[in-house]
Ligand binder design. Structure first.
Ligand code: GNR
Ligand code: NI
Length: 172
């Protein structure tokens, strides 16, 4: 396993549309192991493959609390089946938009079909943090970031600040 660098906005690679995984094999499982290790190290509760520069439709997640046992989750080629009309607001952050947190409104529940770590098809109903996080991660597969759900003013401000921070970091 290895920790891989996480790409941050406004890097154009984050805007790619990720491609479906054709076969869930050991290479894909090794990639998911690296993603999980990278996510735990960050630390974060979810990670899409494109955040480490791999444009494949893969998500890893762990919503367990600090004092709970790890609960790694793997979602390959996820598809949203249906979404609730009820909406929920969460204060979201993103490892690719470091240090910024803003409220985002999304459907409160959704059904998802995906392949698991072993390549078996699964169907789940999600709500709460899982519903929010899985939608945030599935946005990444389409090249969408949580800041795209904010006003243009807020989004542009965050991008401008990120660029400035990256400029200062590069000059160190
Ligand atoms: O670590 C993360 N926390 C988080 C908090 C609220 C809503 C979504 C997230 S996902 C984020 C990790 C990340 O960037 N995943 O793409
Ligand atoms: Ni994110």
């Amino acid at each position: 396993m290895a920790i891989r660098p996480i790409i941050t906005a406004p890097d154009a690679r984050l805007r790619q549309i990720s491609k479906p995984v054709e076969t869930v094999n050991d290479d894909i499982r090794a990639l998911m192991d690296d993603m999980l290790e990278t996510m735990y190290d960050a630390p974060g509760i979810g990670l899409a493959a494109i955040q480490i520069g791999v444009p494949l439709r893969i998500i890893v997640m762990d919503l367990a609390g600090k004092d709970e046992d790890p609960e790694p989750r793997y979602y390959i080629n996820p598809v949203v089946l249906d979404t609730a009309e009820e909406m929920a607001v969460y204060e979201e952050g993103c490892l690719s938009v470091p240090e910024y947190f803003e409220e985002v409104e999304r459907p409160a529940k959704c059904g998802v079909r995906y392949l698991d770590y072993d390549g078996a098809e699964q169907l789940i109903e999600t709500e709460g943090l899982l519903a929010t996080c899985i939608q945030h991660e599935m946005d990444h597969l389409e090249g969408t970031l949580f800041i795209d759900h904010l006003s243009r003013l807020k989004r542009d401000l965050i991008i401008r600040k990120l660029k400035k921070e990256q400029r200062l970091a590069a000059a160190e």
